[in-house]
Write a protein that binds this ligand. Structure first.
Ligand code: SAM
Length: 383
Protein backbone atom coordinates (compact mmCIF):
# COMPACT_ATOMS: atom_id res chain seq x y z
CA UNK A 1 0.00 0.00 0.00
CA UNK A 2 1.24 3.51 -0.81
CA UNK A 3 1.87 6.10 1.84
CA UNK A 4 0.34 9.52 1.35
CA UNK A 5 1.84 12.96 1.55
CA UNK A 6 -0.28 16.11 1.86
CA UNK A 7 0.43 19.02 -0.46
CA UNK A 8 -1.92 21.97 0.23
CA UNK A 9 -5.42 20.57 -0.44
CA UNK A 10 -4.40 17.63 -2.59
CA UNK A 11 -3.51 14.13 -1.40
CA UNK A 12 -0.52 12.92 -3.43
CA UNK A 13 0.45 9.27 -3.41
CA UNK A 14 4.07 8.97 -2.34
CA UNK A 15 5.87 5.90 -3.58
CA UNK A 16 9.58 5.72 -2.70
CA UNK A 17 10.19 2.63 -4.83
CA UNK A 18 10.83 4.28 -8.26
CA UNK A 19 13.60 6.48 -6.83
CA UNK A 20 15.14 3.48 -5.01
CA UNK A 21 15.10 1.44 -8.24
CA UNK A 22 16.81 4.21 -10.22
CA UNK A 23 19.65 4.61 -7.69
CA UNK A 24 23.11 3.09 -8.34
CA UNK A 25 23.61 1.07 -5.15
CA UNK A 26 27.30 0.50 -5.90
CA UNK A 27 27.96 4.19 -5.21
CA UNK A 28 30.86 4.37 -7.68
CA UNK A 29 33.58 6.85 -6.83
CA UNK A 30 32.25 7.61 -3.35
CA UNK A 31 34.52 7.24 -0.34
CA UNK A 32 33.39 5.42 2.76
CA UNK A 33 34.50 4.83 6.31
CA UNK A 34 35.80 8.14 7.62
CA UNK A 35 35.48 9.60 11.12
CA UNK A 36 32.75 8.00 13.23
CA UNK A 37 32.43 5.19 10.69
CA UNK A 38 36.05 4.18 11.24
CA UNK A 39 36.65 3.94 15.00
CA UNK A 40 37.16 0.19 15.13
CA UNK A 41 37.33 -2.78 12.72
CA UNK A 42 34.07 -4.67 12.10
CA UNK A 43 33.33 -7.39 9.53
CA UNK A 44 30.56 -7.06 6.90
CA UNK A 45 29.86 -3.47 7.86
CA UNK A 46 27.44 -1.41 5.75
CA UNK A 47 28.90 1.33 3.65
CA UNK A 48 27.31 4.45 5.14
CA UNK A 49 25.71 5.39 1.80
CA UNK A 50 23.28 2.45 2.07
CA UNK A 51 21.47 3.52 5.26
CA UNK A 52 21.79 7.23 4.36
CA UNK A 53 20.16 6.73 0.94
CA UNK A 54 17.41 4.56 2.40
CA UNK A 55 16.62 7.00 5.21
CA UNK A 56 16.38 9.91 2.76
CA UNK A 57 14.01 7.91 0.50
CA UNK A 58 11.23 7.32 3.04
CA UNK A 59 8.81 9.53 4.95
CA UNK A 60 9.64 8.59 8.54
CA UNK A 61 7.24 10.04 11.12
CA UNK A 62 9.20 12.16 13.58
CA UNK A 63 7.62 10.41 16.59
CA UNK A 64 9.06 7.04 15.50
CA UNK A 65 12.58 5.63 15.48
CA UNK A 66 14.75 3.82 12.95
CA UNK A 67 15.58 0.28 14.09
CA UNK A 68 18.48 -1.99 13.18
CA UNK A 69 17.86 -5.41 14.79
CA UNK A 70 21.40 -6.60 13.85
CA UNK A 71 23.17 -3.28 14.26
CA UNK A 72 26.81 -4.50 14.27
CA UNK A 73 29.09 -1.45 14.17
CA UNK A 74 26.02 0.82 14.35
CA UNK A 75 26.31 2.24 10.82
CA UNK A 76 22.50 2.62 10.61
CA UNK A 77 22.43 4.44 13.95
CA UNK A 78 25.24 6.85 13.01
CA UNK A 79 23.58 7.57 9.65
CA UNK A 80 20.19 8.10 11.34
CA UNK A 81 21.75 10.50 13.84
CA UNK A 82 23.52 12.46 11.12
CA UNK A 83 20.17 12.93 9.33
CA UNK A 84 18.25 13.97 12.46
CA UNK A 85 16.49 10.70 13.42
CA UNK A 86 16.43 8.79 16.70
CA UNK A 87 17.37 5.14 16.43
CA UNK A 88 17.58 1.81 18.22
CA UNK A 89 20.15 -0.91 17.56
CA UNK A 90 20.20 -4.49 18.84
CA UNK A 91 23.16 -6.85 18.64
CA UNK A 92 24.27 -10.01 20.40
CA UNK A 93 27.94 -9.13 20.19
CA UNK A 94 29.16 -6.93 23.06
CA UNK A 95 31.97 -5.46 20.95
CA UNK A 96 29.39 -4.38 18.33
CA UNK A 97 27.33 -2.71 21.06
CA UNK A 98 30.38 -0.99 22.52
CA UNK A 99 31.26 0.48 19.11
CA UNK A 100 27.64 1.51 18.40
CA UNK A 101 27.32 3.20 21.82
CA UNK A 102 30.61 5.08 21.68
CA UNK A 103 30.04 6.30 18.12
CA UNK A 104 26.59 7.71 18.92
CA UNK A 105 27.02 9.11 22.44
CA UNK A 106 28.95 12.12 23.61
CA UNK A 107 32.15 11.87 25.53
CA UNK A 108 32.16 14.86 27.82
CA UNK A 109 35.46 14.24 29.59
CA UNK A 110 38.90 14.76 28.23
CA UNK A 111 39.76 11.44 26.61
CA UNK A 112 43.43 12.17 26.13
CA UNK A 113 44.07 13.24 29.74
CA UNK A 114 42.29 10.17 31.04
CA UNK A 115 44.21 7.92 28.66
CA UNK A 116 47.48 9.41 29.93
CA UNK A 117 46.43 8.72 33.53
CA UNK A 118 45.59 5.10 32.63
CA UNK A 119 48.97 4.67 30.96
CA UNK A 120 50.73 6.02 34.07
CA UNK A 121 48.76 3.65 36.33
CA UNK A 122 49.45 0.69 34.02
CA UNK A 123 53.18 1.43 34.01
CA UNK A 124 53.22 1.75 37.80
CA UNK A 125 51.55 -1.64 38.25
CA UNK A 126 53.55 -3.53 35.61
CA UNK A 127 54.16 -7.07 36.85
CA UNK A 128 52.24 -6.46 40.10
CA UNK A 129 48.78 -7.60 38.99
CA UNK A 130 47.99 -11.21 38.20
CA UNK A 131 46.76 -12.03 34.70
CA UNK A 132 43.23 -13.28 34.06
CA UNK A 133 42.88 -16.75 32.53
CA UNK A 134 42.48 -16.40 28.76
CA UNK A 135 42.84 -19.59 26.66
CA UNK A 136 45.95 -19.75 24.45
CA UNK A 137 47.00 -16.25 25.46
CA UNK A 138 50.77 -16.90 25.12
CA UNK A 139 50.27 -18.02 21.52
CA UNK A 140 48.63 -14.75 20.49
CA UNK A 141 50.27 -12.14 22.76
CA UNK A 142 53.89 -11.80 23.90
CA UNK A 143 54.30 -11.67 27.69
CA UNK A 144 55.33 -7.95 27.87
CA UNK A 145 52.35 -7.04 25.65
CA UNK A 146 50.02 -8.99 27.94
CA UNK A 147 51.31 -7.02 30.93
CA UNK A 148 50.72 -3.65 29.24
CA UNK A 149 47.27 -4.57 27.91
CA UNK A 150 46.08 -5.96 31.23
CA UNK A 151 47.48 -2.97 33.15
CA UNK A 152 45.60 -0.63 30.83
CA UNK A 153 42.31 -2.49 30.96
CA UNK A 154 42.50 -2.66 34.76
CA UNK A 155 43.07 1.11 34.98
CA UNK A 156 40.31 1.86 32.43
CA UNK A 157 37.78 -0.34 34.25
CA UNK A 158 38.26 1.79 37.37
CA UNK A 159 36.93 4.93 35.59
CA UNK A 160 33.52 5.83 37.03
CA UNK A 161 32.06 7.87 34.16
CA UNK A 162 30.44 5.30 31.85
CA UNK A 163 30.83 7.02 28.46
CA UNK A 164 34.48 7.78 29.13
CA UNK A 165 35.16 4.22 30.34
CA UNK A 166 33.43 2.80 27.22
CA UNK A 167 35.43 5.10 24.94
CA UNK A 168 38.77 4.03 26.39
CA UNK A 169 37.75 0.35 26.38
CA UNK A 170 36.91 0.73 22.69
CA UNK A 171 40.20 2.48 21.93
CA UNK A 172 42.11 -0.37 23.58
CA UNK A 173 39.99 -2.98 21.80
CA UNK A 174 40.75 -1.34 18.47
CA UNK A 175 44.53 -1.86 18.84
CA UNK A 176 44.53 -5.45 20.15
CA UNK A 177 45.10 -7.21 16.84
CA UNK A 178 47.84 -4.71 15.95
CA UNK A 179 49.81 -5.47 19.14
CA UNK A 180 49.12 -9.23 19.08
CA UNK A 181 50.91 -11.94 17.08
CA UNK A 182 47.84 -12.28 14.82
CA UNK A 183 48.74 -11.55 11.22
CA UNK A 184 45.65 -9.43 10.47
CA UNK A 185 41.99 -9.02 11.36
CA UNK A 186 40.95 -11.61 8.81
CA UNK A 187 43.93 -14.01 9.03
CA UNK A 188 44.24 -16.19 12.12
CA UNK A 189 47.95 -17.03 11.86
CA UNK A 190 50.52 -16.16 14.53
CA UNK A 191 53.55 -14.33 13.13
CA UNK A 192 56.49 -12.58 14.74
CA UNK A 193 55.79 -8.83 14.83
CA UNK A 194 58.28 -6.22 16.02
CA UNK A 195 55.93 -4.87 18.74
CA UNK A 196 57.24 -3.84 22.18
CA UNK A 197 55.45 -3.10 25.45
CA UNK A 198 55.83 0.65 25.01
CA UNK A 199 54.15 0.43 21.60
CA UNK A 200 50.95 -0.64 23.36
CA UNK A 201 50.96 2.62 25.35
CA UNK A 202 51.93 4.85 22.42
CA UNK A 203 49.45 3.32 19.93
CA UNK A 204 46.67 3.48 22.56
CA UNK A 205 47.49 7.14 23.24
CA UNK A 206 47.47 7.95 19.50
CA UNK A 207 44.08 6.29 18.98
CA UNK A 208 42.62 8.26 21.90
CA UNK A 209 43.83 11.49 20.29
CA UNK A 210 42.12 10.47 17.04
CA UNK A 211 38.90 9.60 18.91
CA UNK A 212 38.97 13.05 20.53
CA UNK A 213 38.79 14.62 17.04
CA UNK A 214 35.76 12.67 15.85
CA UNK A 215 33.51 11.78 18.81
CA UNK A 216 30.53 13.96 19.72
CA UNK A 217 31.18 16.59 22.34
CA UNK A 218 28.60 17.33 25.04
CA UNK A 219 27.95 20.73 23.41
CA UNK A 220 26.44 19.13 20.32
CA UNK A 221 22.72 18.54 20.09
CA UNK A 222 21.86 15.32 18.26
CA UNK A 223 19.07 12.70 18.26
CA UNK A 224 19.20 9.82 20.67
CA UNK A 225 20.52 6.36 19.78
CA UNK A 226 19.70 3.45 22.11
CA UNK A 227 21.76 0.25 21.91
CA UNK A 228 20.52 -3.07 23.31
CA UNK A 229 23.02 -5.92 23.80
CA UNK A 230 20.72 -8.92 23.45
CA UNK A 231 19.95 -11.98 21.34
CA UNK A 232 17.30 -10.65 18.92
CA UNK A 233 15.42 -13.95 19.24
CA UNK A 234 14.87 -13.13 22.92
CA UNK A 235 13.88 -9.48 22.46
CA UNK A 236 10.26 -8.71 23.33
CA UNK A 237 8.28 -5.64 22.17
CA UNK A 238 8.61 -4.12 25.66
CA UNK A 239 12.43 -4.01 25.19
CA UNK A 240 11.93 -1.52 22.33
CA UNK A 241 10.92 1.76 23.96
CA UNK A 242 9.47 3.53 20.85
CA UNK A 243 7.35 2.81 17.79
CA UNK A 244 9.46 1.95 14.76
CA UNK A 245 9.01 3.94 11.52
CA UNK A 246 11.75 2.28 9.44
CA UNK A 247 13.93 -0.85 9.73
CA UNK A 248 17.33 -0.99 8.05
CA UNK A 249 19.47 -4.05 8.68
CA UNK A 250 21.72 -6.76 7.39
CA UNK A 251 21.20 -10.15 9.05
CA UNK A 252 24.01 -12.58 9.86
CA UNK A 253 23.32 -15.10 7.11
CA UNK A 254 24.32 -18.78 7.23
CA UNK A 255 28.01 -19.64 7.30
CA UNK A 256 29.12 -16.27 5.90
CA UNK A 257 30.94 -14.35 8.67
CA UNK A 258 32.07 -15.31 12.17
CA UNK A 259 31.51 -12.20 14.26
CA UNK A 260 32.29 -13.94 17.55
CA UNK A 261 35.54 -15.35 16.14
CA UNK A 262 36.61 -12.01 14.66
CA UNK A 263 36.29 -10.41 18.11
CA UNK A 264 37.22 -13.45 20.22
CA UNK A 265 40.32 -12.03 21.95
CA UNK A 266 38.81 -8.56 22.22
CA UNK A 267 35.94 -10.14 24.16
CA UNK A 268 38.26 -12.14 26.44
CA UNK A 269 40.31 -9.04 27.26
CA UNK A 270 37.26 -6.87 27.92
CA UNK A 271 35.74 -9.48 30.25
CA UNK A 272 33.07 -11.00 27.96
CA UNK A 273 32.64 -14.68 27.09
CA UNK A 274 33.02 -15.25 23.32
CA UNK A 275 31.83 -18.85 23.61
CA UNK A 276 28.45 -17.69 24.88
CA UNK A 277 28.20 -15.28 21.93
CA UNK A 278 29.13 -18.10 19.51
CA UNK A 279 26.35 -20.30 20.92
CA UNK A 280 23.63 -17.75 20.10
CA UNK A 281 25.14 -16.21 16.95
CA UNK A 282 22.75 -16.69 14.01
CA UNK A 283 24.51 -18.10 10.97
CA UNK A 284 27.80 -18.98 12.74
CA UNK A 285 29.68 -21.55 10.64
CA UNK A 286 30.09 -23.91 13.57
CA UNK A 287 26.29 -24.39 13.70
CA UNK A 288 26.31 -25.53 10.07
CA UNK A 289 29.30 -27.88 10.29
CA UNK A 290 28.51 -30.11 13.28
CA UNK A 291 26.51 -33.28 13.90
CA UNK A 292 22.78 -32.40 13.65
CA UNK A 293 23.81 -29.15 12.00
CA UNK A 294 21.54 -26.17 11.31
CA UNK A 295 19.85 -26.00 7.91
CA UNK A 296 18.67 -23.11 5.72
CA UNK A 297 15.17 -23.80 7.07
CA UNK A 298 16.45 -23.01 10.60
CA UNK A 299 17.65 -19.65 9.28
CA UNK A 300 14.23 -18.98 7.75
CA UNK A 301 12.56 -19.84 11.09
CA UNK A 302 14.92 -17.51 12.96
CA UNK A 303 14.14 -14.70 10.52
CA UNK A 304 10.42 -15.37 10.88
CA UNK A 305 10.81 -14.82 14.64
CA UNK A 306 12.49 -11.49 13.89
CA UNK A 307 9.61 -10.47 11.59
CA UNK A 308 7.09 -11.51 14.25
CA UNK A 309 8.77 -9.03 16.59
CA UNK A 310 8.89 -6.36 13.86
CA UNK A 311 5.20 -6.84 13.10
CA UNK A 312 4.46 -5.84 16.71
CA UNK A 313 6.71 -2.79 16.93
CA UNK A 314 6.62 -1.27 13.42
CA UNK A 315 3.88 1.18 12.47
CA UNK A 316 1.43 0.22 9.70
CA UNK A 317 2.74 0.78 6.13
CA UNK A 318 6.32 1.25 7.38
CA UNK A 319 9.21 -0.22 5.41
CA UNK A 320 11.83 -2.80 6.37
CA UNK A 321 15.03 -2.92 4.30
CA UNK A 322 17.33 -5.93 4.57
CA UNK A 323 20.70 -6.34 2.86
CA UNK A 324 21.53 -9.99 2.27
CA UNK A 325 23.84 -12.10 0.11
CA UNK A 326 23.84 -15.81 -0.69
CA UNK A 327 25.71 -18.50 1.23
CA UNK A 328 27.55 -21.60 0.16
CA UNK A 329 27.07 -24.51 2.55
CA UNK A 330 28.39 -28.03 1.92
CA UNK A 331 29.02 -26.96 -1.70
CA UNK A 332 25.45 -25.77 -2.26
CA UNK A 333 24.42 -22.16 -2.92
CA UNK A 334 21.71 -21.01 -0.49
CA UNK A 335 19.41 -18.24 -1.71
CA UNK A 336 19.06 -16.19 1.47
CA UNK A 337 16.93 -13.57 -0.32
CA UNK A 338 14.27 -16.20 -0.97
CA UNK A 339 14.42 -17.43 2.65
CA UNK A 340 14.13 -13.92 4.04
CA UNK A 341 11.25 -12.91 1.75
CA UNK A 342 9.41 -16.12 2.69
CA UNK A 343 9.97 -15.49 6.44
CA UNK A 344 8.71 -11.91 6.01
CA UNK A 345 5.60 -12.97 4.09
CA UNK A 346 4.58 -15.30 6.93
CA UNK A 347 4.40 -12.24 9.20
CA UNK A 348 2.59 -10.10 6.58
CA UNK A 349 5.51 -8.06 5.30
CA UNK A 350 4.99 -7.60 1.57
CA UNK A 351 7.90 -7.64 -0.89
CA UNK A 352 8.07 -4.26 -2.70
CA UNK A 353 11.32 -4.61 -4.62
CA UNK A 354 14.79 -6.18 -4.67
CA UNK A 355 17.78 -3.95 -5.44
CA UNK A 356 20.99 -5.80 -6.45
CA UNK A 357 24.46 -4.46 -5.70
CA UNK A 358 28.05 -5.69 -6.05
CA UNK A 359 29.92 -6.74 -2.91
CA UNK A 360 33.17 -4.73 -2.72
CA UNK A 361 36.16 -6.96 -3.47
CA UNK A 362 37.99 -5.72 -0.33
CA UNK A 363 35.31 -7.17 1.99
CA UNK A 364 37.19 -10.18 3.33
CA UNK A 365 35.68 -13.21 5.02
CA UNK A 366 37.09 -16.05 7.11
CA UNK A 367 35.09 -18.39 4.89
CA UNK A 368 37.00 -18.53 1.64
CA UNK A 369 34.38 -20.63 -0.13
CA UNK A 370 32.07 -17.68 0.35
CA UNK A 371 34.40 -15.13 -1.18
CA UNK A 372 33.29 -16.08 -4.70
CA UNK A 373 29.81 -14.70 -3.97
CA UNK A 374 30.00 -11.29 -5.59
CA UNK A 375 26.57 -9.71 -5.25
CA UNK A 376 24.04 -9.00 -2.54
CA UNK A 377 20.46 -7.72 -2.52
CA UNK A 378 18.72 -4.89 -0.74
CA UNK A 379 15.25 -6.29 -0.07
CA UNK A 380 12.53 -3.68 0.45
CA UNK A 381 9.51 -4.95 2.40
CA UNK A 382 6.44 -3.13 3.64
CA UNK A 383 4.18 -3.87 6.59
C1 SAM B 1 25.93 -8.27 8.81
S1 SAM B 1 26.29 -7.89 10.48
C2 SAM B 1 25.60 -6.30 10.66
C3 SAM B 1 26.54 -5.24 10.19
C4 SAM B 1 25.96 -3.85 10.33
N1 SAM B 1 24.98 -3.58 9.29
C5 SAM B 1 27.07 -2.81 10.27
O1 SAM B 1 27.02 -1.88 9.50
O2 SAM B 1 28.06 -2.99 11.02
C6 SAM B 1 25.21 -8.95 11.37
C7 SAM B 1 25.21 -8.75 12.88
O3 SAM B 1 24.28 -9.67 13.47
C8 SAM B 1 24.74 -9.95 14.79
N2 SAM B 1 24.04 -11.13 15.31
C9 SAM B 1 24.29 -12.44 15.06
N3 SAM B 1 23.42 -13.22 15.75
C10 SAM B 1 22.62 -12.39 16.45
C11 SAM B 1 21.54 -12.59 17.35
N4 SAM B 1 21.12 -13.83 17.68
N5 SAM B 1 20.95 -11.51 17.90
C12 SAM B 1 21.37 -10.25 17.59
N6 SAM B 1 22.40 -10.00 16.76
C13 SAM B 1 23.02 -11.05 16.19
C14 SAM B 1 26.23 -10.12 14.62
O4 SAM B 1 26.89 -9.93 15.86
C15 SAM B 1 26.54 -9.03 13.58
O5 SAM B 1 26.97 -7.85 14.21
Amino acid sequence: MLKTEFHSNQTVAFDPIPSLVSCDWNFPGQRNGEGLYNLHPYPAKFISQIPKTLIKAFNIPKDTVILDPFCGYGTTLIAAQSLGYSSIGVDLNPIACLIARVSTQDCSQNIVESATRCIQKAKATEGLISMPYIPNLDHWFKKPIQIAVFGLITAINEIEEENLRDTLRLALSSILVRVSNQDSDTRYAAINKPVEKNDVYSIFSRVCQQYMQVLHSSQEDYPNAFVLNKNILEVSPSDIPSKVGLVISSPPYPAAYEYWLYHKYRMWWLGFDPLLVKEHEIGARSHFFKKDHHTPKDFENQMQKVFKLLSKICIQNSYACFVVGNSKIHGEIIDNTELLVSAAAQENFELRTILPRNIPSNRKSFNLSNSRILTENIIILQK
